[in-house]
Design a protein around this ligand. Sequence first.
Ligand code: AMP
Length: 594
Amino acid sequence: MRECVSTSCSCVRSRKGFRLGGNNRYLTFSPSFLLMKFREIAELCEKLEKTGKRNKMVELCADFLKRLNPSEIGSVVCILLGRPFPRGSWEKLEINWMILRDPILRVIKARPEDMETAIGKTGDLGAATYLLFKSRQKPQRLFIESPLEILEVRDIFLKIARVKGPRARERKERFLEGLFARSGPLEAKYLVKIITGEMRTGFREGLMRLAIAKAFGLPEEAVMRACMFAGDISRVAEIAAKRGEAGIRSLKPFPFRPIQPMLAKVAESVEEAINLHEGTTALEYKLDGARVQVHKSGGKVRIFSRNLTDVTGSMPEISNQISRELAGRRAIAEGEVIAVGRDGFPLPFQYLLQRFRRERKIREMMREVPLELQLFDLLYLNGRSLVDLPYTQRRGLLEEIAGGVKLTEQLIVHDPQGGERFLNQAIRGGHEGVIAKKPDSPYIPGARENAWLKIKPTLEPLDLVIVGAEFGYGRRHKWLSDYYLAARDEKTGKYEIVGKTFKGLTDAELQEMTDKLKELGVRREGRRVWVQPSIVVEVAYNEIQRSSKYPCGMALRFARITRIRNDKSPQDADTVERVGEIYAKQAKRRVRNR
Ligand code: AMP
């Protein structure tokens, strides 16, 4: 807090605005000289990246949050986590590397080759931009421009997200050029990192929760709980700053505010699940579709996907069914949507994706790819949060209100044999496997814990990110058809290559993939193109081997793409640690089988 230098009064000023002497209430206006500059957040990111120590990172971030004006807090939290907007937001920048690169080059009068060299040296788009900005003189402007403020950056991001229609690219580039023209090397570096979603400071949501707790003097447990229902952690920070502990404790499930979905860990067998669940487990079919959270209030229905995007428009028959069938005025239920063939068997996931992609021809698609919803959980009913109730009670209530909506097949088992029979029945019915749910467990949003365990009969496929691709040979020469597959390293935030494959995609998919990868390309080496990590694919394989081929020391054998996961972002990809775990289990199994 600084003394008000311009007057002789007893006013004290902080980033919250003016505080009148002795009075603890803040006036709400925020003069611009009190607003945080974007440069300051870039400097904080540099410090976070350099320290690498968790406690220090939390302390640095907490101090920073305390110095902010409440109107800046939400944006700062998003930026520090490398997102332009809160999770679940309708806004999307939709800027690929080509759209981003050209305005940068224009501002510093550099050539594409200069950028390629810088990327080659640094291996990071943000760091490469920093290098170029440092080495080039920005053209002198006739007037002195004020430094960018955080709120200005947020507003320009919003404007970019709202650019639609003809000449959208050109208009987006103009906004970007404006941003970079007012940036120094450090600001430019972090603008690139936020826009490409590759922050790589090692500061993630868990640490942000601690920092919010520390900054506003709140119990960690209260912050953690609030994050489950707020849709995004930036909202928790905003409420914490304005209304303290009472404010964040009042956050509860509420219709049309999507809740972080609870996730499942992996179990090797039904027996393991029964042991982990202390003797009894509830098995449900694991359907191979898309997770949905359906929210209903009065006559309105909205459907959210696994990553909390609103997908109501792509499945009108499901929202009609919910509005018609689901009893209860207000409810939040969860389930899986699958595509079903004429024979009643589930269709492969690709069919479902067609529905998500082609919203315009939706009537036609409704006939071609009929959808079916199967519900498996109930989180809120008529003003009451159900998340703390045991699974069995939630399921009981769901059965009462489901009306004509199907529920996933379920069986409560105590013995492994009965469970294995149910698993085989699920596989024969065309499903992926089963999910074992601990009968007395609450619904823990966002958690991946032992309370839910997925059991599949084969080696579990991995969700990996494409980081590079090569042009094929012969018939495939026009396509980028051979892909470098990478897992996420949680410690460094980098993507480590674990395999390569040219198998699994149809000609149409190869064409689509080639178009996308060309847009994402950041560097070319002969036939090879390195791309921004963006596309997630599900990969099946026969084995994981120790190998010196890739820096992480492991390689997938006989990898093949089983589907393109447009519903997942690179942050949802499997980790190097997970690949290591599967490798270790495989090795153990081999010893056992000898
Ligand atoms: P994974 O995406 O492989 O981590 O597996 C968890 C996913 O399985 C969930 O996000 C759901 O989309 C899906 N799923 C399918 N059937 C069920 C079920 N009965 N209960 C919970 N999740 C299910």
